[in-house]
Design a binder for this molecule. Structure first.
Ligand SMILES: NC(=O)c1ccc[n+]([C@@H]2O[C@H](COP(=O)([O-])OP(=O)(O)OC[C@H]3O[C@@H](n4cnc5c(N)ncnc54)[C@H](OP(=O)(O)O)[C@@H]3O)[C@@H](O)[C@H]2O)c1
Length: 296
């Protein structure tokens, strides 16, 4: 898979290069990109979770709160379940925890929901975009409506919140999105092609958004977990726990990374067998350094 920041740059340069030169035009000042843009104000680091009951998102939010407390908005379909999460996040260090109703499939409501969250938080430092569904071809059973619903939620719903968040982060000139993509995004999957395709759209959209937000001081971290034991899919003993995912995400977030592909347990085992542990640690550290330097 290839997501090239250079493509975006050359697209940006295209129209500018085609414009006629104007003698007295003042130089365009491009603001310095500020990575990890999360200005810690008096109220700490604020977190909005879209798909607030997601096991992966809750574990990430807890880990972020462990680093720095702040207010939280849990946006979810079911307010009772959202309240349970809010309690858990208060225990994890949230200074305040609000719940709001959010249905990711109602794409035209995204702007209103984001505005409601911003009103509660005043400034949004971190947004975790985690809502989504996994249904394989057996579950969809050739039902076109169910297939389109899955695409609407995973892809169009995510773009709708992405667009609403773009306006907010641009006007704040700060804030970071953690977009929960998936390892199989864009894979050829005999039994889950619709899921893989919808997540590919999600992934490309948020990876591109990272490039366009960076110049204004905001950013996106796209994470691609492998199988994780959550209510979304049938559990498997080899899958990671949400907490294991969260540890890696928070590290990548602190390092200012733009993309994080998380290895499965089996891949880690193979990597450990192929590389001595010391060498593997060094490769990981070097990759993080390179990633920070080139912004991917
Ligand atoms: N688990 C994995 O193996 C895995 C691997 C890679 C990526 N992911 C991705 O991780 C994300 C989170 O999943 P998870 O593993 O944490 O499972 P999860 O705990 O089941 O979370 C899924 C979340 O999506 C929400 N959701 C579903 N339909 C919604 C709708 N119409 N409007 C708003 N929210 C809706 C669910 O809300 P309700 O509580 O109301 O159902 C739930 O909060 C998903 O996008 C998934 O594709 C998961």
């Amino acid at each position: 898979m290839h997501r090239c920041a250079c493509n975006a740059v050359s697209l940006c340069n295209g129209p500018a290069a085609a414009m006629p030169a104007r003698a007295a035009a003042p130089p365009v000042v491009v603001p310095e990109p500020t990575r990890s843009a999360a200005p810690a104000g008096a109220s700490g680091r604020s977190v909005l979770i879209l798909g607030g009951t997601s096991a992966i998102a809750v574990a990430i939010a807890e880990a972020l709160l462990g680093q720095q407390s702040g207010p939280v908005v849990v946006a979810a379909r079911d307010l009772d379940r959202a309240e349970v999460v809010a309690d858990r996040l208060r225990s994890a260090g949230a200074t305040e925890a609000f719940t709001i109703r959010f249905n990711g499939a109602e794409v035209h409501e995204a702007e209103r929901v984001v505005a409601e969250a911003v009103q509660l938080l005043k400034r949004v430092d971190v947004v975790i975009v985690a809502f989504g569904n996994y249904v394989d071809s057996d579950g969809l059973a050739g039902d076109l409506e169910a297939t389109l619903d899955l695409v609407t939620l995973n892809f169009l719903g995510a773009i709708a919140v992405g667009e609403a968040l773009t306006d907010v982060l641009r006007s704040q000139r700060s804030g970071r999105i953690i977009a929960v993509s998936s390892r199989p995004n864009g894979w050829t999957m005999e039994h889950a092609g619709t899921y893989a395709a919808s997540k590919a759209g999600f992934d490309t959209y948020f990876a591109s958004l990272a490039v366009s937000l960076r110049p204004v001081g905001a950013d996106v971290l796209v994470i691609r977990p492998p199988g994780v034991n959550t209510p979304l899919i049938e559990n498997h003993s080899s899958f990671l726990t949400p907490e294991e995912v969260a540890v890696e995400v928070v590290q990548a977030f602190s390092d200012g990374m733009a993309e994080l592909t998380i290895l499965s347990r089996e891949e880690r085992r193979l990597a450990r067998r192929s590389f001595p542990r010391k060498l593997l640690g060094r490769v990981r550290r070097d990759m993080r350094k390179v990633s920070r330097r080139i912004g991917v």
